[in-house]
Design a binder for this molecule. Structure first.
Ligand SMILES: Cc1cc2nc3c(=O)[nH]c(=O)nc-3n(C[C@H](O)[C@H](O)[C@H](O)COP(=O)(O)O)c2cc1C
Length: 375
């Protein structure tokens, strides 16, 4: 083994990843790799999960100067009328393809840690980091959708244990990315003798990491390990949440973390048109599919009564997150509100990604610049 050759990598600081540029409010495209995206509905759309459209979306986002392409990790659909997310590109290979096809944007995997061994994942990550020239990132997910996780042949761990597993998984991966030699790893979930991984990633000390932990254990995992915590909250709750998780990262782990949200964008020339587009999505909504999600999440219609319909509606349009709706001015104002509340960025989806992202570039981005949210 020629050590010098094997160590190739670590040529850029992680701070050079597009995620950490100086835009005030960062932007990423979310869930374009999965059928439906963030919408569970039969409302007509030109969006299809074809590689041609993935390329078109990613190249548009790249040209517009957006920071990230973040996929959803999904192994089966949600049944119902549309089998929401049932057509879904695997996200390491997706990121590798998009890395080659783009110039500046951050490309992410969304990886269910229990489904991939750290030795395999660390090497795939390093490979994509080389393909992208240091633009790779990982959305680390523990796996909440039990039927999906059980496809992999083992029983779903209890919620907080999944984060304990995730911590050890990441400790192992971090060592593979950073240890200049060969090492033994001995943990509760992983044991390995003579482990090593070359080349190292381009980014030093590791690829960018994001995580959507919302529970106490999830927030702790985020604060301890990742660069960005993703969460959707009512705007009035954002300042306290951001303060709390930043404080946890600063004081307990002596590191920084930012908070981004996710949302659906329905932007049209007039408010009336935007509302009509939203209503068309709801009218053709996949209510049985939304109910399947409620069932897995343990949201019982008995205990929530009429609220269940509202919950389902939020999943049908926006996967439980907020919908930014209206004219370009109104959508810009809603981004500004998120920014003022303490969000450093947002990843978002559209009903028809390829077309609406281009419109977003023409109509919304100039207004965001005027607002000082972007330059
Ligand atoms: C923006 C965002 C993206 C997510 N992406 C995925 C995903 O692709 N696959 C998945 O199984 N879970 C995904 N999740 C679920 C989270 O990993 C997590 O389970 C959820 O936010 C609940 O947090 P908790 O684990 O702390 O309870 C996502 C959540 C958010 C907010």
């Amino acid at each position: 083994m020629h050590e010098a050759e094997g160590l190739l990598g670590k040529t850029k600081s992680i701070r050079e990843n597009p995620l950490f540029n100086d835009q005030k409010f960062k932007l990423g495209v979310f869930s374009a790799n999965c059928s439906g995206g963030l919408i569970m509905s039969d409302a007509p759309t030109g969006f299809r999960v074809t590689w041609d459209q993935q390329l078109e979306i990613a190249r548009t986002a790249d040209r517009l100067g957006l920071e990230a392409m973040v996929p959803v990790g999904r192994w089966i659909g949600f049944g119902g009328n549309t089998n929401f997310n049932g057509v879904c590109f695997e996200t390491y290979t997706w990121a590798a393809g998009l890395a080659q096809a783009t110039e500046n944007i951050g490309v992410f995997t969304t990886t269910h840690l229990p489904t991939v061994h750290p030795v395999v994942a660390a090497k795939m990550a390093a490979t994509i980091d080389h393909i992208s020239g240091g633009r790779f990132g990982m959305n680390l997910v523990m796996g909440w959708f039990t039927p999906e996780m059980e496809l992999f042949g083992s029983e779903q761990l209890e919620h907080d244990r999944r984060y304990a597993f995730g911590q050890e998984w990441l400790d192992f991966a971090n060592q593979l990315w950073n240890d200049p030699g060969t090492f033994d790893f001995s943990g509760e979930f992983f044991q390995a003798k003579g482990a090593s991984s070359y080349p190292k990633p381009v980014q030093d000390p590791r690829p960018a990491l994001i995580n959507a932990g919302a529970s106490e254990a999830g927030q702790e995992f985020s604060a301890r390990n990742v660069d960005i915590n993703l969460i959707a909250l009512p705007t009035e709750e954002v300042p306290a949440y951001v303060k709390k998780i930043k404080n946890l990262a600063n004081t307990k782990y002596e590191r920084d973390i930012d908070v981004w949200t996710y949302c659906l964008v329905i932007c049209r020339e007039t408010e009336k048109e935007a509302k009509a587009a939203y209503q068309a999505i709801i009218d053709a909504g996949d209510w049985p599919g939304a109910q399947n999600i409620m069932d897995v999440l343990g949201v019982q219609s008995q205990s929530f009564g009429t609220q269940i319909k509202k919950f389902q509606e939020r999943f049908i349009a926006g996967w439980g997150g907020p919908t930014l709706m209206g004219t370009p001015e109104q959508v810009t104002e809603q981004f500004a509100e998120l920014s003022e509340a303490g969000m450093s960025g947002a990843i978002f989806g559209f009903h028809d990604y390829a077309t609406e992202l281009k419109d977003f570039g023409h109509e919304v981005l100039p207004l965001m610049r005027r607002h000082g949210l972007r330059h």
